[in-house]
Design a protein around this ligand. Structure first.
Ligand SMILES: NC(=O)c1ccc[n+]([C@@H]2O[C@H](COP(=O)([O-])OP(=O)(O)OC[C@H]3O[C@@H](n4cnc5c(N)ncnc54)[C@H](OP(=O)(O)O)[C@@H]3O)[C@@H](O)[C@H]2O)c1
Length: 366
């Protein structure tokens, strides 16, 4: 199969670098365009980026010139890794120019017409793209993946919500420093320390979780009706966000029933999406797991690892979740979104949608 040409907006940042690492040998996509701020544009990528990953920067990419961040000359599939304020301005310009914008940023995640998607959880929300004005005018659209904590949490919650219903969620996070981008948190603020505040993070985790677990009603998403309280903390860990979770269920469930729900949760199996993990939720039985250093790369960094399942003195059950924040929590999540869009025929050159599209896409996903 000929690989589709893709571009990366914000290519020099932490998430942009992950995109390059994960896409460079991707069977379906080929990087043909890299863009960043005016500080970087016009330079060779190898000079503009401070490469921070533990695999070598591919030679081909190092020699590419960083383009200005404008749609002219960009391919029609754009992976976006921009700060929210910049994304708010820039992503609509690309969507209006007919691009499929597969975004990591929070700028449009809660917009009523923008799908916020984890393919294993709520691919049935994708027909929302057909409601977007950009889609109707030029064929372009924006699809988003969630906040890096919401994604690991929601993967663990979905199989439980499906079988037993969830009425209350309490979550307290321990988030890695790479989640703040580069250079991110000053070393003197984080070494030997915990910072109990990450701007807007608790709000994002709360509202995104309820949208992700919400129901598509044929025109819009009705958020899950559940109480949710989040505490978000930054800790001195390089990669991997950990979350301590307590849940109240609508129907009582035993430990074995919860373990079965996680084990049986394989909604993408057999669909041939290259980045989909075999087992999206992996349970580890050892008392002292999951741990970021030991477990963050399960499922090639795409699995959500759960452990320490035990009764909760306040709600029904409690457990610990771990996910890789720049793979499953960012670039890998967006790539999996693009894969499912491609498998549905939605990544091909922009074609203005006809009026029946939402129903047709909903039927394809059913
Ligand atoms: N890090 C994570 O774990 C994580 C997880 C999930 C979501 N996200 C989200 O992903 C986005 C990117 O995060 P990050 O950690 O990669 O940030 P980052 O390391 O600070 O990178 C920001 C990128 O945006 C570019 N940029 C800045 N101003 C620009 C402008 N005016 N026009 C075009 N490009 C511009 C930068 O280019 P220059 O190098 O030229 O300045 C750089 O490539 C954020 O919205 C973040 O919230 C991050």
């Amino acid at each position: 199969m000929q690989r589709r040409k893709v571009g990366i907006l914000g290519a020099t940042g932490m998430v942009g670098q992950r995109f390059i690492q994960l896409i460079e040998n991707h069977p379906w996509f080929e990087i043909s365009w890299l863009a960043a701020s005016d500080r970087s544009s016009g330079k060779l990528y190898g000079e503009a980026a401070k490469w921070k990953l533990d695999t070598a920067l591919p030679e081909r990419i190092a020699r590419m010139t960083v383009s200005p961040a404008v749609p002219e000359g960009a391919p029609k599939i754009i992976f976006a890794a921009l700060d929210a304020d910049i994304a708010r301005e820039m992503e609509p310009a690309f969507a209006a120019a007919g691009c499929a914008v597969v975004s990591n940023s929070s700028a449009f995640r809660m917009h009523p017409d923008v799908p916020l998607v984890i393919p294993e959880v709520n691919a049935d929300h994708l027909p929302l793209i057909e409601e977007q004005s950009w889609r109707k005018a030029s064929g372009g659209y924006i699809v988003t993946n969630p906040n890096c904590c919401a994604i690991g949490l929601v993967l663990a919650l979905k199989p439980i919500e499906e079988r037993f219903g969830i009425s209350a969620i309490f979550v307290s996070t321990m988030q890695a420093v790479s989640g703040a981008g580069y250079p991110g948190v000053a070393s003197l603020d984080i070494l030997g320390n915990v910072v109990p505040y990450i701007k807007n993070e608790e709000e994002k985790l709360q509202e995104e979780t309820l949208k992700l677990l919400g129901r598509w009603n044929g025109r819009a998403v009705d958020p899950l009706e559940a109480k949710l309280s989040a505490h978000c903390n930054r800790v001195a860990v390089e990669d991997g966000h950990m979350e301590c979770v307590s849940l109240q269920l609508r129907t009582k469930a035993s430990r074995e029933e919860l373990l079965d729900a996680w084990r049986d949760f394989t909604p993408l199996r057999g669909q041939g999406l290259p980045s989909a993990p075999e087992q999206p939720v992996e349970f580890v039985a050892a008392d002292d797991r999951p741990q970021p250093r030991l477990d963050k790369m399960r499922g090639n960094g795409m699995a959500s690892t759960v452990g320490r399942l035990r009764p909760c003195g306040l709600l029904d059950w409690k457990f610990t979740v771990l996910s890789h924040n720049t793979i499953r929590g960012a670039a890998g999540a967006a790539i999996l979104n693009a894969e499912i869009l491609a498998s549905l025929g939605k990544l091909d050159p922009a074609i203005p949608a006809d009026a029946n599209e939402p129903a047709a896409l909903a039927a394809a996903l059913a």
